[in-house]
Design a protein around this ligand. Structure first.
Ligand code: ZN
Length: 289
């Protein structure tokens, strides 16, 4: 009984077929171009295997209310041509199997909860910091969604004294994504984040902003564990300052919080979201049985 998994990103789509225990049998990737071209290639790959269900972790924002007429569609995205695209409906129609969909970062959280650093966590938040900042939140392994889905990257970021950088978010300016994402680092410091050496002031400032954001998450959803992923999020130069500032931020109100047990890196590398999508496919198939 094969299952299909799809990870949809702004640059690449990855598709895989695998088994209910998390083993991948075959996989491929295709550039994210025009929607029908990209999704058509995904469908062609999956259709060549006898799959019984598909899970999708896709970039968003997505409509995820199952009672909504636009369930499974991308809503408004700056990605040209992708606003309103019915990702779930397209694959369900082509493949004639149950299809589950979540955001890519929620799929990563599901993968890490299943087989990675989130195993056994009562509740799990996953925050990825790269070209943008995305967040997903699971309670007992189940994604928390409602009217929308979590958008933790757009939390307000408390401005540091004398910091005049306006931020890059087209919606909010100086939200967390506008201040700490990879493009924000590059715009502020003039070089890509991966070229900023350890000890550069960029990392201390990013860590201050991020420690504030993580403390806000702690106050609102109190996740049992928090996984920090993405190219910026996993940069070793960030982790020292982040631990320092987070320790200060939580010390008075959450003195019993052990940061090294709470804040973790992903265990599954590039596979978190694809494995999460595989588990979602397993759930979608069970839902039909
Ligand atoms: Zn924003």
């Amino acid at each position: 009984m094969l299952l299909g998994a799809v990870e949809g990103g702004g640059t690449w789509f990855r598709a895989a077929v695998g088994h209910a225990d998390g083993t991948i049998q075959d996989s491929t990737r295709m550039a994210t171009t025009a929607p029908m071209q990209t999704l058509g290639a995904v469908a062609d790959f999956l259709a060549a295997h006898p799959i019984t269900a598909v899970g999708i972790g896709c970039f968003g924002p997505l409509s995820l209310s199952t009672t909504s007429a636009d369930y499974g569609k991308i809503t408004t995205t700056p990605k040209a041509g992708w606003s309103g695209v019915d990702v779930r409906g397209f694959l369900a129609q082509r493949l004639k199997v149950p299809v589950a969909i979540q955001t890519d970062v929620t799929a990563a959280a599901i993968g890490e909860h299943w087989l990675g650093a989130g195993q056994g966590a009562e509740s799990l938040a996953y925050l990825t910091i790269g070209t943008g900042i995305g967040g997903g939140f699971l309670v007992k392994g189940q994604p928390v969604t409602g009217r929308l889905h979590p958008e933790m990257g757009h939390l307000p970021a408390r401005r540091q004294p004398d910091d005049a950088f306006p931020g890059l978010c087209p919606f909010h300016g100086d939200c967390l994504e506008g201040m700490v994402s990879g493009p924000a680092l590059a715009a502020r410091w003039g070089v890509p984040g991966e070229q900023l050496p350890a000890g550069h002031p960029a990392w201390d400032l990013s860590a201050r902003l991020l420690a504030d954001g993580l403390t806000t998450m702690l106050a609102v959803i109190a996740p049992d564990r928090l996984i920090l992923g993405g190219g910026v999020g996993q940069n070793p130069a960030l982790w020292g300052p982040l631990h320092t500032h987070l320790a200060v931020a939580v010390s008075s109100y959450w003195p019993r919080l052990c940061i090294t047990d709470w804040l973790l890196r992903p265990d599954l590398g590039e596979q978190s979201a694809l494995l999460g999508a595989l588990l979602m496919a397993r759930g979608a198939r069970r839902g039909m049985e």
